[in-house]
Ligand binder design. Structure first.
Ligand SMILES: Cc1cc2nc3c(=O)[nH]c(=O)nc-3n(C[C@H](O)[C@H](O)[C@H](O)COP(=O)(O)OP(=O)(O)OC[C@H]3O[C@@H](n4cnc5c(N)ncnc54)[C@H](O)[C@@H]3O)c2cc1C
Length: 410
């Protein structure tokens, strides 16, 4: 039984742990946070990520927690709607998809599904040393342990990537913004819409529905060059966000009040992660650690869930031989990853204009694009391209001899 250390218990980590366990490996997940991290807004399951979720047997639980979202609406400072995009305008291939679930709920479901995996919360990898037969790992807690393989599923700022591949600057491209997410008491009935107020200076104040109608998921996103702050100091991060929003309209005062009280606050850069090769010897990357188009591109959850499945599946197909499995995982995923890392037309400049004129122009363009005469062209242009991956059914092709023999005997 091969031992696999996974760093990070977000989305990719538990999904990988689940599949590795089923394919006969012995995974351990180490997570730096003291327990499961609850935060985040709705994320979507579409295309092949939905297929993988079905194969995990999680669709009934996802359906129970599904959040209904009708689309997104740009609103003005006084709350009046300036432009809308209904989910169906892009056949569910736009920012809002048919199946939306809170990121925290999805992380919880994946973690519960991987309950037969060993979790080590409140610890992290301090050092890695590879040799011909394994990887010697030193943990921040002071312990040391040897594993056959180590996988970085520790997000955009992956420590595994830093230790085994090189400094963050080589792989992470800042796209010129930051986004914070947190939960607040809702200042209005959102009626299943994601509402976005854009203030000059490239600042978004957005609200998305929560599962509980008393609350809303707030998002404060702003354009900015790289900022220097302590990623563990939440109060300093809240101050950094707050100072950019004082005096703005719409529900900004209520959102800032909620920001002060929030216990699920999360802030990160709008960054792209491009790593040319996703493995170095016995160490590989999955999810945002290895490939991420940024929240602007979306699809981070889908890529993580599918990436975890393909990585585990290829390891199973190669009977644990990472020299075959890691390149096969990359070959299988590469085109799909490139496809889903593409930014929407105009990127951050179009979505978050700096001037009042730019905001009015963006809203005008959206109104034209979503008008009746243009709706067919819009769907053709942006909607429904199938995922660029041929997804094998590893549960059939897997090479775990004990499990296959048991199933055949049954
Ligand atoms: C709290 C939170 C809220 C989020 N909210 C949203 C959202 O609302 N919308 C959205 O689009 N995306 C959100 N994301 C990002 C989104 O989850 C990812 O883009 C995507 O799902 C890919 O998942 P991942 O597992 O690769 O990375 P992540 O979900 O970022 O998970 C990485 C995990 O690794 C852990 N970690 C980091 N460093 C270490 C270390 N040194 N050792 C051990 N563990 C480590 C982190 O604590 C985290 O649990 C959020 C991420 C987090 C952590």
């Amino acid at each position: 039984m091969k031992t696999v250390l996974i760093s990070g218990a977000g989305i990719a980590g538990p999904a990988l742990g689940f599949w590795l366990r089923r394919f006969g490996f012995a995974p351990t997940i180490v997570e730096i946070a003291p327990g499961p991290r609850p935060g985040g807004q709705t994320v979507d399951l579409r295309g092949v990520s939905r297929v993988v979720t079905e194969r995990m047997g999680l669709m009934p639980a996802v359906a129970e927690r599904q959040v209904r979202e009708r689309g997104l609406a740009y609103v003005r400072a006084d709350g009046r709607t300036a432009a809308t995009m209904h989910m169906e305008a892009l056949d569910g291939a736009g920012p809002v998809a048919e199946i939306e679930i809170l990121r925290g709920d999805l992380a919880e479901l994946l973690t519960a599904a991987a309950s037969d995996v060993e979790f080590r919360y409140g610890d992290s990898i301090e050092a890695l040393e590879q040799d011909a037969d394994g990887v010697e790992v030193s943990f921040a807690s002071g312990t040391q342990r040897r594993f056959d393989l180590v996988i970085g599923a520790d997000g955009v700022h992956s420590r595994v990537r830093r230790l085994a591949f090189g400094p963050e600057e080589e792989f992470v491209q800042h796209l010129g913004g930051y986004t914070s997410y947190f939960t607040i008491e809702t200042p209005e009935n959102l009626d299943d819409w994601m509402k976005i107020y854009t203030a000059p200076g490239g600042r978004w104040v957005a609200l998305r529905p929560d599962r509980d109608p008393r609350y809303a998921k707030a998002l404060l996103s702003f354009r900015s060059p790289i900022l220097s702050y302590d990623r563990r100091d939440v109060d300093a991060q809240k101050r950094l966000v707050r100072e950019r929003y004082e005096g703005l309209g719409w529900h900004t005062p209520q959102v800032l009040k909620g920001l002060d009280a929030a216990d699920d606050f999360y802030l990160d850069t709008t960054s792209k992660v491009v790593v040319p090769e996703w493995s170095r010897g016995r160490v590989a990357l999955v999810g945002d650690a290895g490939y991420c188009g940024s929240p602007m591109a979306g699809h981070g959850t889908a890529l993580s869930i599918v990436g975890a499945y393909v990585l585990a599946g290829e390891l199973a197909a190669a009977a644990g031989d990472h020299t075959q499995a890691f390149p096969a995982y990359q070959r299988r995923m590469q085109a799909y990853v490139a496809q889903r890392m593409e930014l929407p037309p105009g990127g951050i400049k179009m979505a978050m204009p700096m001037s009042a004129f730019g905001i009015a122009y963006r809203d005008f363009v959206l109104r034209v694009m979503t008008s009746k005469p243009m709706s067919g062209a819009l769907k053709k242009m942006a909607g429904g391209k199938p995922d660029a991956i041929d997804l094998p059914d590893y549960s059939v092709e897997r090479r775990d001899p004990v499990r296959v023999a048991t199933e055949e005997a049954e």
